[in-house]
Design a protein around this ligand. Structure first.
Ligand SMILES: Cc1cc2nc3c(=O)[nH]c(=O)nc-3n(C[C@H](O)[C@H](O)[C@H](O)COP(=O)(O)OP(=O)(O)OC[C@H]3O[C@@H](n4cnc5c(N)ncnc54)[C@H](O)[C@@H]3O)c2cc1C
Length: 282
C-alpha cells in the first residue's frame, strides 16, 4: 500500500520508547522544536494526526505525574527519528523545555487514529492555527508527495507568531495568512474566505485541528458544501491517552445517535460534521 492511501484508522503498534534528544531549540518566543531518536522504526508506524504521550523530566523538585499528549510534527528520514513542535505552557511543557540534547525522553505511542487522505483526492484545504500547525504539517507532506493540491489558511495573533515555514516545510500551497492584529482572522473574515475558496474550486476535504472556534465555523460552512468532507483533530485534556481513564470523552453524533466517544481512542480525528458543538452560528 502506498503511504498516502487510506491511513490505518487506529494505532496498531503502541509501545514505550526510550529516545535520545538529538535537537531541541526555540522556534519563537512560545514554541519549541524537539527531535528525538529511538531504536525502533517510529517513522514506519506513525501516521498524520496520531500523537504520543511524552514523559516530562522533573523540575524544581516537582515531577509532572501524567504524560503529556503531543501530535507528531514529523518523522524520518531515519527510521527512529520523530519530531514534535510544542508550546510551553504549564508545568509539564516547562519541564520538557529544559531537556538538553544528549538526555533521554520516554514516549508512548503512536496513539489514536489518523487523518484520511485518499490517493484520488485532487485538492485539500487545511485551516490551521497555533498548535494545530504541528498536527497538520505531516498531512501536507503526504499530500504533496501524492500530487494533491493544497489550499492552506493559516491564522495567528500577529505575523511574527505565524510559523509559516515550520508549517509548510517546503511544500507548495495556495497560502492565505490571517491575523488577530489586523482583524483578518475574525470569524466573519475566515468564513467569507473559506466560502469563497470552496465556491471557486472544488475541495475533496477540509482539515482542521485544535481551535474550537474554527471547528464550529467549518461545521457551519460545510452545511453548504455537502460534497466536501471535513476532518478535525480534537485537542482535549486527557490523562492516560489509551482509552482507559475516560477523562477525554466528548459528545458526537455517531451512527444516528448522540454518543460519548474517547478523543484519545476513537479519535483524535473525527468528522467535523459529527462533533456536537456548544456554539451556534447563523
Ligand atoms: C491529541 C493531542 C495532541 C496535542 N498536540 C500538541 C502539539 O503538537 N503541540 C502542543 O504544543 N500541544 C499539543 N497538545 C496540547 C498539549 O498536550 C498541552 O499543551 C500540554 O499537555 C500542557 O501540559 P502542561 O503541563 O504544560 O500544562 P498544564 O496546564 O500544567 O497541564 C496540566 C494537565 O492538563 C493537561 N492539559 C493541559 N492542557 C491540555 C491540552 N490543551 N490538551 C490536553 N491536555 C492538556 C496536561 O496533560 C496535564 O495533565 C495536544 C493535546 C492533545 C490532546
Amino acid at each position: 500500500m502506498n503511504t498516502t492511501s487510506c491511513f490505518q484508522r487506529n494505532a496498531e503498534k503502541v509501545a514505550s520508547h526510550r529516545c535520545d534528544v538529538t535537537e531541541h531549540r526555540w522556534v519563537n518566543e512560545r514554541y519549541k522544536y524537539l527531535r528525538l531518536k529511538a531504536d525502533a522504526d517510529l517513522a514506519g508506524v506513525t501516521r498524520p494526526g496520531q500523537f504520543y504521550q511524552l514523559k516530562c523530566p522533573p523540575i524544581d523538585d516537582l515531577q509532572p505525574f501524567l504524560l503529556r499528549p503531543m501530535s507528531v510534527y514529523g518523522v524520518g528520514p531515519e527510521a527512529g527519528t520523530i519530531e514534535f513542535l510544542y508550546s510551553v505552557n504549564g508545568l509539564g511543557t516547562t519541564a520538557m523545555a529544559t531537556l538538553a540534547v544528549g538526555r533521554h525522553m520516554d514516549i508512548v505511542g503512536p496513539l489514536g487514529n489518523t487523518f484520511v487522505l485518499e490517493p484520488g483526492f485532487k485538492r485539500i484545504m487545511v485551516v490551521a492555527r497555533g498548535v494545530g500547525l504541528a498536527t497538520m504539517a505531516p498531512l501536507l507532506q503526504h499530500a504533496a508527495k501524492a500530487g494533491i493540491k493544497i489550499t492552506a489558511i493559516m491564522s495567528a495573533r500577529a505575523p511574527q507568531d505565524l510559523m509559516r515555514e515550520e508549517f509548510l516545510r517546503g511544500v507548495e500551497a495556495d497560502v492565505h495568512c490571517l491575523y488577530d492584529s489586523d482583524g483578518s482572522s475574525s470569524v466573519a473574515s475566515v468564513e467569507s474566505l473559506v466560502r469563497e475558496l470552496l465556491g471557486t474550486e472544488s475541495h475533496d476535504v477540509v482539515y482542521t485541528c485544535g481551535s474550537h472556534r474554527l471547528l464550529m465555523l467549518l461545521q457551519h460552512v460545510l452545511k453548504d458544501f455537502p460534497q466536501t468532507r471535513g476532518e478535525v483533530a480534537m485537542e482535549q485534556r486527557m490523562a492516560c491517552g489509551m482509552g482507559v481513564c475516560l477523562s477525554c470523552v466528548r459528545l458526537f453524533n455517531h451512527e444516528g445517535e448522540k454518543q460519548f466517544l474517547r478523543v484519545c481512542r476513537e479519535g483524535p480525528v473525527f468528522s467535523i460534521r459529527n462533533v456536537v458543538g456548544e456554539v451556534e452560528f447563523g
